[in-house]
Design a protein. Structure first.
Length: 431
């Protein structure tokens, strides 16, 4: 197991001087020598259970732990992503390491961000970047962020804010040792679990809207305004995870061309996917929709090359409707534009009690609706995978998809007619 060791010779600040009570996520770290819970996310920890009270304000805790040794342990998650966990070394461990423990001294104000899957595009977008967006906007500009050195993380974050990366990020590799003299702020995972009596999980992730809005503000200045002219007046996006469109491999993200390769798990059977696309196309024709239908799999339609971060942003910002199965590509709905009269819509295919064979965690208690904290500017709907779905291929009821799309199209038509009527009334009032 690889270990990053952090020696803290400073006041450890947990949630200090942050005024906005938006950090409503829950995780804990046990300081083994002191048995103190770092409760940055307002969780009341009870044994192995965590009860969440969203009414609790952001708590301030000051723990003077001069000379306390911390490790950041990294380990692989089930699908290849990595997670970091913080642990305080006890006296026995310190004695065992002895003179072999060496550290580089850092002076100043630092945040150490702990979250999972920091090498996966979608999790960077939904877990890491919202927290970074909020923290960097609320903490002093002199505060620096200690992040795990990873090419995926580095590449995407450089696209988002190169000046932030240049001036406020300290990338730390595995095995590096740091001695922090100053203020050390540990920020823990945005993954939130809370339970009711009997330990039943109600919702795995509650995304604080303060984080999401901070991220949208941060992303709004990335690369200039969306280049919608390059992709048409508007699009309807079908998100495909099918191997029929590209090879099955992991995300291939480079510094020059970060992109998502939506290709593993929850694949819709190839022929069935063609039927779904036909349902969408027929619905568009029936309702005289003039958007362009785009099948998105992380690659360009023109040459099959990976789409850049900005290309994905431009595509989803132009989308009036996004349809497809739950998966990393759905994270990009964060780019969909907020509209006053007719909100953009999402139709996500998810696990249900009828489709428990898809994977062990079915039926899911999560969708991107909850991952993004209700994402209120989007008209959000779901269609469950049907009972014949398996871990190899998934299916949905074409009838349900058609009915859902008809409802979305009809709602858009009604909203459009109302907007036209109001516009006409305004014109007449000026005559």
């Amino acid at each position: 197991m690889s270990i990053i060791k952090i020696l803290v010779a400073a006041e450890i600040v947990v949630g200090a001087r942050m005024q906005t009570p938006v950090l409503h996520s829950h995780n804990r770290t046990i300081l083994s020598s002191y048995q103190v819970y770092f409760d940055t996310m307002n969780a009341l920890v009870m044994g192995d259970r965590e009860m969440w009270d969203p009414t609790v304000g952001f708590r301030e805790e000051h723990l003077s732990l001069t000379g306390a040794y911390f490790t950041i342990q990294t380990h692989k998650e089930g699908n290849g992503g990595e997670q970091t966990n913080y642990t305080m070394l006890d006296a026995h461990e310190l004695n065992r390491r002895g003179d072999n423990l060496q550290a580089t001294t850092l002076i100043g104000d630092f945040v150490v961000v702990n979250d999972h899957f920091y090498d996966v595009y979608a999790h960077l977008l939904i877990d890491h970047f919202p927290a970074l967006a909020w923290l960097q906007s609320h903490l002093p500009e002199t505060t620096r962020f200690i992040l795990p050195d990873n090419p995926v993380y580095n590449s995407i974050l450089t696209y988002v804010d190169p000046e932030f990366v240049k001036n406020r990020i300290l990338w730390v590799g595995k095995g590096e040792v740091l001695q922090i003299t100053g203020t050390f702020r540990p920020y823990f995972a945005s993954v939130a679990r809370y339970y009711r009596k009997g330990g039943i999980t109600l919702s795995r992730i509650v995304r604080p809207l303060g984080f999401v809005q901070a991220l949208r503000s941060w992303l709004s200045v990335v690369g200039g305004p969306p280049q919608q002219a390059d992709i048409g007046e508007g699009t309807i996006v079908y998100y495909s995870r099918s191997a029929a469109h590209h090879k099955r491999n992991k995300a291939n993200i480079t510094k020059l061309n970060p992109h998502i390769d939506a290709s593993h798990g929850r694949q819709i059977e190839e022929g069935h996917e063609r039927d779904i696309i036909d349902v969408i196309r027929n619905g568009m024709a029936r309702h005289r929709r003039n958007e362009r239908l785009v099948v998105f799999n992380g690659h360009r339609e023109s040459d099959g090359k990976p789409m850049s971060f900005l290309e994905q942003r431009d595509l989803f910002s132009s989308a009036s409707i996004v349809v497809g199965p739950h998966g990393g590509g759905m994270a990009s709905i964060i780019f969909m534009e907020e509209r006053s009269r007719t909100p953009p819509a999402v139709l996500e295919f998810i696990c249900s009690p009828e489709s428990v064979k898809v994977q062990s965690s079915c039926p899911w208690h999560k969708t991107f609706y909850s991952l993004w904290g209700t994402i209120p500017w989007i008209d959000y709907h779901h269609v469950p995978f049907s009972s014949n779905s398996t871990k190899d291929f998934t299916y949905v009821s074409l009838k349900l998809v058609d009915e859902a799309l008809n409802a979305l199209f009809a709602r858009s038509e009604i909203n459009g007619a109302m907007a036209a009527k109001e516009e006409l009334a305004i014109k007449r009032s000026h005559l």
